[in-house]
Design a protein around this ligand. Structure first.
Ligand code: MTE
Length: 303
């Protein structure tokens, strides 16, 4: 069976955004004519499992990147100040070949793919993004993971001159994240360098950001400058902020609520008829692929 996240699915296979919009407008029209009862079942066209990508506009103007401010529009407004070339990623800790890996060299060595993934923010909104990138496992193998490494720590650039948000002490900077090694090596885990076949915009984490589709969006750390292999669980930014509210694992789970709001449903960004709440899927819809990673774990305790 072809896996739905493998290379053979591209943005062209999904309903083109324009056709999708037309369909929505048509249905909105039917509803306006009092044919709501006929149009209503069509809502099933956009269930939580729908993989119709959001528009470029939506993906690049509604962002969380606190280094540029906390308003959803701040990253698009201010991130063009960010210098992304030259760029290198330091890979260190328990690796055979530690060092600063130049971004261009990484791009030369990696196999690029398109992956259409759901993105579910802990704030209970979601999108579908057609990423371009490569499997993180390939990059870690380039550096050579040593026996005994159990976790991977990630760090975002910390450059106050170009990141106005760093003036606010909301989080402890730089932004840091972490994964268990088996999560990092999972084929669903990618480093994204593009969206819709174009270079990833700064506000989405240029030139290279992590994407872990079965976890809340804050695990998908942007503009990565350091990757460290370690034998101890690394600190993570939102867990430092409130360990009660944000666990290390942060797997999308409709049955484990945030202490201040329900995670059972989500609002799909994109407006119109389908912006209504829809059910959140276990592991954000990737249960078949990743549930085995957590066999025997109490997912409420390890949230
Ligand atoms: N990475 C850094 N460095 N800083 C951030 O504030 N926000 C996270 C994550 N990565 C964030 C980050 C959150 S909360 C989400 S939901 C996603 O990025 C949003 O990614 P997007 O803006 O590409 O949709």
């Amino acid at each position: 069976m072809a896996h739905r996240w493998i290379n053979d699915l591209t943005a062209e296979d999904a309903t083109p955004f324009s056709a999708y919009m037309n369909r929505r407008q048509i249905m909105a029209g039917l509803a306006g004519l009092g044919l709501g009862a006929i149009a209503a079942p069509a809502a099933a066209l956009a269930p939580a499992g729908d993989l119709t990508p959001n528009s470029w506009e939506e993906i690049t103007t509604y962002n969380n990147f606190y280094e540029f401010g906390t308003d959803k529009g701040d990253p698009a407004r201010y991130a063009d100040q960010l210098t992304t070339s030259p760029w290198s990623v330091t890979i260190d800790g328990m690796v055979d070949r530690p060092g600063a890996y130049d971004f261009a060299t990484i791009m030369d060595r990696m196999t690029m793919e398109e992956r259409i993934y759901r993105l579910r923010c802990v704030e209970a909104w979601s999108m579908v993004v057609p990423w371009n990138g490569f499997e993180l496992a390939d990059l870690l193998n380039l550096a050579g993971v040593q026996d005994g490494a159990r976790f991977v720590a990630f760090e975002t650039l910390n450059r106050p001159e170009e990141m106005p948000g760093l003036r606010s002490p909301i989080l402890q900077w730089p932004y840091v994240e972490g994964l268990r090694l088996d999560e990092a090596m999972h084929p669903l885990t990618i480093m994204a360098t593009g969206i819709y076949g174009k270079t990833i915009p700064n506000q989405n984490g240029a030139p290279m950001r992590l994407v872990v589709p079965w976890k809340y969006g804050y695990k998908s750390i942007k503009s990565v400058v350091r990757i460290t292999l370690t034998d101890t669980q690394p600190p993570t930014s939102w867990n430092r902020y409130s360990s009660r509210e944000y666990g290390f694992y942060s797997n999308v789970n409709p049955n484990v609520d945030h202490p201040r709001w329900s995670q059972a449903q989500e609002r799909r960004i994109g407006g119109g008829l389908f912006s209504r709440k829809q059910p959140t899927l276990m592991f954000n819809g990737y249960e078949e692929e990743v549930a085995a990673l957590y066999d025997g774990m109490d997912l409420a305790e390890y949230h």
